[in-house]
Ligand binder design. Structure first.
Ligand code: ATP
Ligand code: MG
Length: 285
């Protein structure tokens, strides 16, 4: 089977996109898969989580993912894909230079819309999975991720502000489907930083599940200090504390991610339709 390309997208900042990408890469690599990470965020959080801020700052722009958006540059995969300290994980690092090419009207950007897709055609060879971290904007970087991906995952917190943007994301995904990538499928909404004892989390989780049903991942990413600590230690949770409850939670999400991808490959029609159902007011017990 060719490698699966999955992007993690949400216009909402701080909802756990980079954390999901980082920890899932660790869990999948620990299970023996070869993972290529693409850091498409000008903040370069994913790259900093692995190499630290100083190393990312010192990285020449033409050795980062920003090179794909530079007309004068035609990088070979070997120039951009670099190993990480973790067996099974490679990364094309991000760069602050992406900020100036993250144009707000991506559909007017001509060939730049397919820069990542073209690069991945060759670069993904030899990998089992490509995971793409997106910035909290629905602009050229996230558009490139959608155009290049087989699947989308939308991480979101089960809270009011956390859930409000779903309609805009669905519209953006619909546009990518119609314009460049008819094969794109939504793997699902992944609830992040969940605190089950919080009434508001229980209420919003319930409403999201009743509105979006099977489109919401059964497994959730719990809120836990270990996730923060492991990023500070520059290790995905599967390497930092492989036997802790947080690591087990990521294993369950990784298994569900692969199950959903297999189901979507088998019955793509079931993963095609994006229902625009707007979240109403939620009563908190
Ligand atoms: N499950 C979790 N438990 C505790 N803290 C978490 C969890 N997931 C993420 N965080 C913390 O929440 C913050 C935001 O997470 P993260 O950077 O992954 O979000 P993001 O969506 O990538 O943000 P941005 O939109 O800025 O790219 C970080 O400080 C991270 O350590
Ligand atoms: Mg991020």
């Amino acid at each position: 089977m060719p490698p699966l390309t999955i992007c993690f997208i949400n216009r909402k900042g701080g909802c756990g996109k980079s954390s999901c990408t980082f920890h899932l890469a660790g869990t999948l690599a620990k299970e023996g898969r070869k993972v290529l990470l693409l850091d498409l965020d000008p903040q370069a959080s994913l790259s900093q989580g692995i190499f630290g801020p100083a190393a990312v700052e010192a990285l020449p722009v033409d050795r980062s993912i920003a090179a794909l958006f530079d007309d004068g540059c035609d990088p070979e995969p070997a120039e951009l894909v670099r190993p990480t300290p973790f067996q099974g994980i490679s990364i094309v690092p991000g760069s602050n230079a992406l900020e100036s090419v993250n144009y707000p009207s991506p559909q007017e950007c001509g060939e730049l819309q397919t820069a990542v897709r073209l690069f991945l055609k060759e670069a993904r060879e030899g990998f089992d999975l490509v995971l793409i971290d997106c910035p909290p904007t629905l602009a050229l970087c996230s558009w490139n991720a959608l155009v290049a991906s087989d699947f989308v995952v939308v991480p979101l917190q089960p809270e009011d502000y956390g859930s409000q943007g779903i309609t805009y994301i669905q519209r953006f995904i619909d546009q990518a489907l119609a314009k460049h990538n008819p094969g794109l499928r939504l793997l699902g909404y992944l609830l992040t930083m969940v605190q089950p004892r919080l009434g508001v989390h229980a209420a919003y989780s319930g409403q999201l599940r009743s509105l979006y049903r099977e489109k919401v991942f059964t497994n959730v990413m719990p809120h836990a200090a270990h996730f923060k600590e492991s990023i500070a230690a520059r290790q995905p949770i599967a390497f930092y504390k492989p036997r802790c409850a947080s690591s087990k939670a990521m294993q369950a999400i990784a298994a569900e991610l692969l199950d959903r991808a297999a189901a979507a490959v088998k019955s793509p029609a079931e993963f095609t339709y994006f229902e625009n159902r707007v979240l109403g007011n939620v009563e908190v017990a």
